[in-house]
Ligand binder design. Structure first.
Ligand SMILES: *Cc1c(COP(=O)(O)O)cnc(C)c1O
Length: 477
């Protein structure tokens, strides 16, 4: 330590010295030398700042024991950033930030089996030669939807990219202004079209587009008409859109193709399970769409994937595009999607077997019974800081499916109250639940933090870990 440092700063141990301590060596064995060295440097920088600000008062924080304890916390918090399970009590069933559709056990097992070792991913076991990774999925997709052909890529954005790049490179694609969607912060239809190498030809206005708008826009450079399902918003009031049937007849009359991006897209009519009707891929094909694209992990309830259905010659063209290779799915997706599609063979049992559909169709009475059982343990655990109430609420489907439609549900509302232990803010309460071994994610509403119980299946696991909340949050009897 150099002489001109203020005396308090001299208390800061060196990085080298800390790195050699046995408890830090143990951290290195767990987290790796580079992460621990970063954490040590960050910790020491913060310590120096506190010493400058608070002088001798901050000296206890400079002891090796205190530094090691802080390092352990930092590294443990960082490791929690690795993807892991959480309780989704946000009330949004297909939550993009929380990984969208939960997979059924069959699909998880299928993924595990192909991941363990070699598999017949691209090997034809009948003929004993090279096979195709898509043919199994294509068989299922065609049987379930009546499509002539099918292809599967990494996600629906990739499906749109591949379709446009293959069929409309350096040509015009006619789209309604009312359908130029943005989903999340990184998927904007106009940007994607530009990157796929085609030129967007916008027609109509935000709220109204007529058949003649499409007809007027078609010229020698037009290659496609595209219809995009407005996934995450509803245009209400004075509106007009052109249906798929009419668009198909205009497109086909001019020798063009109609492609429909369904976004969520389903393989069955959700109306049969008491849910609002969402356009199915089969309907779009029957209406004359030449290609239909949708996601595997939205309403379909499978792994992340982009599904493309449609006419055989068009699908064949897509397959020949070199981009296809860059967008293809891996064996785990093939295995999981194959297994989920298999469940669709028996649509009557789907709500019991497909977790996404089970959550979406869970009766409000069942959710309410669950809320009543959890009320006691939760309000007891928070008795010093909050009241817990059972409140009716509305779940959302999420991922842009059925925008504007809500599902009746029940939530537990945590309302902070004053008391000996203080009155923690909603932010503080939310962060304590996120810090649990299996983080719990709810949603804040004005004066309460809400747990919508629609997607809670592990009731016992939820209750057991309440013990890890701050002990002063429970009133002493
Ligand atoms: C969600 C969505 C997409 C993007 O799908 P990903 O599978 O997330 O890539 C594209 N178009 C529409 C209409 C969507 O709703």
């Amino acid at each position: 330590m150099s002489e001109d440092l203020p005396p308090v700063q001299a208390a800061v141990p060196s990085v080298d010295r800390l790195m050699r301590l046995p408890p830090v060596q143990a951290l290195i064995a767990t987290y790796g030398r580079a992460s621990v060295a970063d954490a040590v440097r960050g910790n020491l920088a913060a310590l120096r700042e506190r010493l400058t600000l608070r002088g001798r008062d901050a000296l206890p924080e400079a002891s090796e024991g205190a530094i090691v304890a802080r390092l352990e916390m930092t590294l443990e918090a960082e490791s929690r950033q690795a993807p892991g399970p959480v309780f989704n009590l946000t009330g949004t069933v297909l939550h993009t930030n929380l990984g969208r559709a939960p997979l059924p056990p069959e699909a998880i097992e299928a993924m595990a089996r192909v991941s363990e070792g070699a598999s017949n991913l691209e090997y034809d076991l009948t003929r004993g030669r090279r096979g195709d990774r898509e043919s199994y999925l294509e068989g299922w997709l065609c049987r379930l939807t009546g499509a002539e052909a099918a292809s599967v890529v990494n996600n629906n954005a990739a499906a749109v990219l591949l379709a446009l790049n293959t069929l409309a490179l350096r040509k015009e694609v006619v789209v309604s202004r009312g359908e130029l969607i943005e989903i999340g912060d990184s998927f904007r239809m106009p940007d994607l079209m530009a990157r796929s190498g085609c030129k967007l030809r916008e027609v109509g206005t935000t709220n109204r587009t007529h058949l003649r708008d499409y007809e007027d826009a078609i010229g020698p450079r037009t290659s496609l008409i595209m219809k995009v399902h407005t996934s995450n918003y509803v245009v209400e009031g004075f509106t007009a859109t052109v249906g798929e049937k009419e668009l198909a007849s205009v497109a086909h009359g001019q020798g063009l193709a109609l492609i429909v991006d369904l976004g969520s897209g389903t393989l069955v009519d959700l109306g049969r399970y008491g849910l609002p009707h969402e356009p199915t891929a089969t309907e779009s094909l029957a209406n004359g769409a030449d290609l239909v694209t949708f996601s595997g992990d939205k309403l379909l309830g499978g792994p992340q994937a982009g599904i493309i259905l449609g006419r055989k010659p068009l699908i064949a063209k897509l397959r020949r595009n070199p981009m296809k290779r860059a967008l293809r799915v891996d064996k785990m997706t093939v295995a999981a999607l194959g297994s989920v599609l298999g469940l669709y063979a028996d649509p009557d049992r789907l709500p019991q077997r497909l977790p996404a559909l089970r959550d979406l169709t869970r009766p409000a009475a069942e959710i309410e019974a669950l809320a009543r059982r959890l009320m006691g343990p939760l309000s007891d655990r928070l008795s010093a800081i909050a009241t817990v109430k059972l409140v009716p609420c509305q779940s959302q489907i999420g991922s842009g499916a059925l925008p504007g439609k809500r599902l009746a549900s029940v939530a537990l509302a945590i309302q902070p109250k004053g008391g000996k232990a203080g009155r923690p803010s909603l932010t503080r309460i939310a962060s304590a639940f996120r810090a649990l071994p299996k983080p719990v994610i709810g949603r804040a509403r004005e004066d309460a933090y809400l747990f919508d119980l629609r997607c809670l299946d592990d009731e016992a696991g939820f209750v057991a870990q309440l013990a890890n909340l701050p002990s002063k949050w429970r009133a002493r009897p």
